[in-house]
Design a protein around this ligand. Structure first.
Ligand code: ATP
Ligand code: MG
Length: 560
């Protein structure tokens, strides 16, 4: 993709602008409400950028709220990772809250609902409740327990809390309408009995409120004005409003839905990502091939590129799938201006410059960025024995081969012109070394006589280069929509077996000895690479390829 779309306004911005100018609100409050049951992914970035971005833009507040009503799947590890991810994206919450902070208040609201005859304890089993619910085309049937008296309901609900009944024996349901066209409104469950240890409240509670019931009340308690969520909650909006209306709460946040982010060749739901981790398809949640924020961070995607990407894809109500190439484009664009350039050779071929004096070293001063002097420069040594990329030499050069071949002259980046005068072979006849001459008059990589050279190669000095490990990543899935099950396959059937290549032959220029973990570089002509945040150190130069310089994937797929 070459042209970036314009930054556009969106319907939520429009609504907020109207609400502020009409005086409906004097300030806005939003929230980002993840369930701490896994690591955040790139889809969450869209929601984070939207919620925090709107608060920032309109001078309002944005809370980070953990929707922790499902104790069996939630863990403190996730709570911590989520905070780290939000901060990494460049946002800070106005308040940090947990839905579990409100358990007592939410319980009191349930008591109120019972007292006004709007909630009842149901003894039907989960299976029976399902049977009574009806279908999209048929109305549901009332539970035989629906008309229990208020006193009996209060008594049973209090005893549910006190632990008098086993798990699943009873639930509290809203008394709405079993014939509603919206299935969500057919007396939804508000509370269930669940003897499970909660990551924050421990064993204090044996009953847990359901998501729909908790969410609107949490929003209300926090004074959220615009409760923004993804489209799958559209049908739940009626229940959201019912709870707040029925309880006549002092404020009533409004829910707005937008289309979730879908990316080609990518799986995003936590439920599936956890399988990739637990079944060992990847090294962990932060494996650089993962769509998690910790994965793309470890791969070297800059947060600014992700914010930019989220802004450009826009916010709308129409479902669509964004091409992963577009995200990569945003990453490249950011790194093009911010990543220092260095030289590294992945697959080295030895070059001896025969007319270069033995023992001599030219110490060049190369800029880190050709268009940004402020990045400074580094020293790069040039000597008689160098390495170039094996792919940059061909004995039988085809037409329009501008790299090295017997008799050909090329430029070594910023250094000199060299001409290949011969080759050395091993016993199998394979070329293991090139013999070259250099032209001392071309120092700096240009010739005074105006001789035109088309090819420029990157190189490292053999005596000075440092060994490094480089991990090359390809897409984790080979299918554009791994979740498409029409052909009877599972998303894991489409995992790319070649998504990770570890290159141990890499040699990098000596300036990288002082690099620190978590830095972006461009390896000239090869792509953008990131010093691994966990494994990079002075004695272990480990780089993750963030993205290639140009998209090569489309071609690979076409030729396959
Ligand atoms: P998952 O299916 O990955 O578990 P979720 O929707 O269950 O996602 P939550 O932790 O409940 O995850 O989500 C927190 C917020 O992020 C919600 O408001 C949700 O709508 C939003 N969100 C989740 N996935 C996406 C996505 N792909 N695009 C945009 N927003 C998303
Ligand atoms: Mg969820």
């Amino acid at each position: 993709m070459s042209d970036a779309p314009e930054v556009k306004s969106n319907f939520i911005r429009t609504i907020i602008t109207e609400d502020l100018s009409s005086g409906k609100h004097t300030t806005i409050g939003t929230r980002f409400p993840p369930e701490p049951n896994g690591y955040l992914h790139i889809g969450h970035a869209k929601s984070i950028c939207l919620n925090f971005g709107l608060a920032r833009e309109f001078g309002g507040t944005c809370n980070l709220r953990f929707d922790d009503t499902n104790p069996t799947k939630e863990e403190t590890e996730y709570v911590e990772a989520i905070q780290e991810d939000v901060r990494w994206l460049g946002f800070e919450w106005s308040n940090l809250f947990y839905a579990s902070d409100y358990f007592e208040q939410i319980y009191e609201f349930a008591i109120q609902l019972i007292k006004i005859g709007k909630a009842y304890v149901d003894d039907l089993t989960a299976e029976e409740i399902r049977e009574h619910r009806g279908t999209l085309t048929e109305p549901g049937r009332n539970s035989p327990y629906r008309d229990r008296g208020i006193e009996e309901n209060l008594d049973l609900f209090t005893r549910m809390r006190a632990g008098e009944f086993p798990d699943g024996a009873r639930v509290l349901r809203a008394k709405i309408d079993m014939a509603s066209a919206n299935v969500v409104m057919r007396d939804p469950t508000l509370y269930r009995i669940r003897r499970a240890h909660h990551h924050r409240t421990g064993d204090a509670w044996l009953i847990y409120p359901m998501y729909d019931y908790t969410h609107c009340l949490s929003d209300m308690l926090e004074g959220i004005t615009h409760s923004i969520c993804t489209l799958e909650f559209e049908n739940n909006r009626e229940l959201y409003d019912w709870v707040l209306d029925t309880l006549s709460t002092p404020c009533h946040p409004r829910q707005y839905e937008f289309a979730r982010l879908n990316l080609t060749y990518t799986v995003m739901s936590k439920r599936r990502l956890i399988q990739l981790v637990q079944e060992g398809y990847v090294s962990g949640w932060d494996d650089p091939r993962m769509s998690t924020l910790s994965g793309i961070r470890r791969r070297g995607y800059p947060a600014a590129a992700i914010r930019n990407f989220c802004e450009r894809i826009g916010v709308a109500r129409a479902e669509n799938v964004v091409e992963v190439e577009f995200m990569e484009f945003c990453v490249r664009e950011e790194l093009n201006t911010t990543a220092p350039r260095v030289m590294a050779v992945l697959n080295p071929l030895k070059v001896v410059i025969e007319n270069y004096p033995e023992g001599q070293v030219d110490e060049f001063d190369f800029p880190y960025h050709p268009e940004d002097e402020s990045m400074g420069s580094r020293k790069v040594p040039f000597s008689r024995v160098l390495y170039i990329e094996r792919e940059d030499f061909k004995e039988e050069a085809p037409r329009k081969w501008f790299r090295l071949a017997p008799g050909a002259e090329v430029r070594l980046r910023y250094a000199y012109y060299v001409t290949c005068t011969g080759v050395v072979r091993d016993e199998q006849g394979e070329v293991i070394e090139l013999r070259c001459t250099y032209d001392p008059e071309t120092k700096g990589g240009w010739s005074k006589d105006g001789r035109k050279i088309k090819g420029t190669l990157h190189w490292v000095s053999a005596a000075h280069a440092l060994p490094a490990t480089v991990r090359l990543y390809e897409r984790l899935f080979t299918k554009e929509n791994p979740l498409d099950t029409k052909d009877g396959t599972d998303f894991k059937d489409h995992i790319n077996p070649d998504s990770l290549t570890t290159v141990s032959t890499c040699l990098v220029e000596p300036s990288l000895a002082t690099a620190t973990p978590g830095r972006n570089f461009q390896f000239e002509r090869l792509g953008y690479f990131f010093t691994d945040p966990k494994e990079f150190g002075p004695k272990s130069l480990v780089f993750n390829r963030t993205v290639t310089l140009k998209d090569s994937w489309a071609k690979i797929v076409k030729n396959a």
